[in-house]
Design a protein around this ligand. Structure first.
Ligand code: PRP
Ligand code: MN
Ligand code: MG
Length: 188
């Protein structure tokens, strides 16, 4: 085990579980988009891992573009404030857009993003998220593809960060409270 493993209380979803679930989701996406154009829009930075693995799992030609938005800052709670840090390079008019996200927590980021991208005239727009926390939802969003519903705990790994760290873990784990309570105490 690596030293950062001490910062996790448990592995919630293993590398193998992620791989298997992304394969299942990919089979469904292939059916749903058969014979059509598909533009994957990844939401930086969290979605990098799921985008890379989903895109390579799909037996379907795709194009990929990226948007950077941020709602968390360095804390553990959604602020609801969404900033565009980098916009798409692609014109969405007439395109079939699939937004790729690592996690839907409060849903505020995606609900804002969905409304924003819908104004750009896509032929269709859907969401694919590896993780969703049903108990943290503050807005209702229609999510077509969900990997795992998870409890309302602070999770990191596979793209998900705490203070920009842990994104490169291969699995999704629960961050030990001592990690962020120490940081919170230090900020007082
Ligand atoms: C995280 C996560 C989602 C969003 C979910 O991104 O990757 O994009 O928060 O939260 P919400 O449903 O409560 O809006 P973050 O803003 O931390 O940026 P990051 O992807 O660069 O880590
Ligand atoms: Mn994100
Ligand atoms: Mg983050």
């Amino acid at each position: 085990p690596r030293d950062i493993d001490g910062d996790l209380t448990e592995i919630l979803i293993s590398e193998e579980q992620i791989r298997a679930r992304l394969a299942e989701m990919s089979r469904q996406i292939e059916v749903d988009y058969a014979g059509t154009d598909l533009l994957l829009v990844g939401v930086l930075k969290g979605a990098v891992m799921v985008m890379a693995d989903l895109a390579r799992e799909l037996h379907h030609p795709v194009t990929m573009d990226w948007m950077a938005v941020s709602s968390y800052g360095s804390g553990t709670q959604s602020s609801g404030v969404v900033r565009i840090l980098k916009d798409l390079d692609t014109d969405l008019s007439g395109r079939n857009v699939l937004i790729v996200e690592d996690i839907i927590d409060s849903g505020l980021t995606l609900s804002w993003l969905l409304a924003n991208l819908k104004t750009r005239g896509p032929a269709s727009i859907e969401i694919c998220a590896l993780l969703r926390k049903p108990d943290a939802a503050r807005v209702d969003i229609d999510v077509k593809y969900v990997g795992f519903n998870i409890p309302n705990k602070f999770v990191v790994g596979y793209g998900l960060d705490y203070d920009e760290k842990y994104r490169n873990l291969r699995s999704v784990g629960i961050l030990a409270p001592h990690v962020y309570s120490t940081a919170a105490a230090a900020a007082l």
